[in-house]
Design a protein. Sequence first.
Length: 165
Amino acid sequence: MYEKRMRIYLDDHLSMIVGEMELIERCHHSNLHSELGSFLKQFLSDLRSQKEIVEKVFQCLDYEVSIQGQLKQGAAWLAEKIGRLKLNDSLMEYSDLSRVVELEAMMAVAQERIALWVTLNSLGIADVRLKDFDFSLILSQSELQLEELKVHHHSAIKKAFTGKH
């Protein structure tokens, strides 16, 4: 039962990371020449590395991404694309409200990713197959990313709702 649950858990989190990366890419493209854009560029690079670590965990546990996991990744990718169709205050262009909503979604997913690293860090103590990973470092990185997202979110709120930077 442990193996089945663990594979499902990792499938779910890998799918969330795929969706998160798509959202970050979109937001980065819309904020290229700003502090947020610079942060998102580095964030995306860090997240690619974190995705690779999850994939290495799959390998260490002798798991393959299941068909359901592949479908979940596809669904996460598609959900991000469909999310672009939501109406903010501007139908055809990126808006200050778009930025607020995107940052809120990133913060929510970052919380889930932090939970992943907490879980793997806890399991790494008991499962010798995970002994070569230092999940605490990745956890710290993810917590710092969330704090930075909060700072950018606060700025985005001010700009969207008060017109101040």
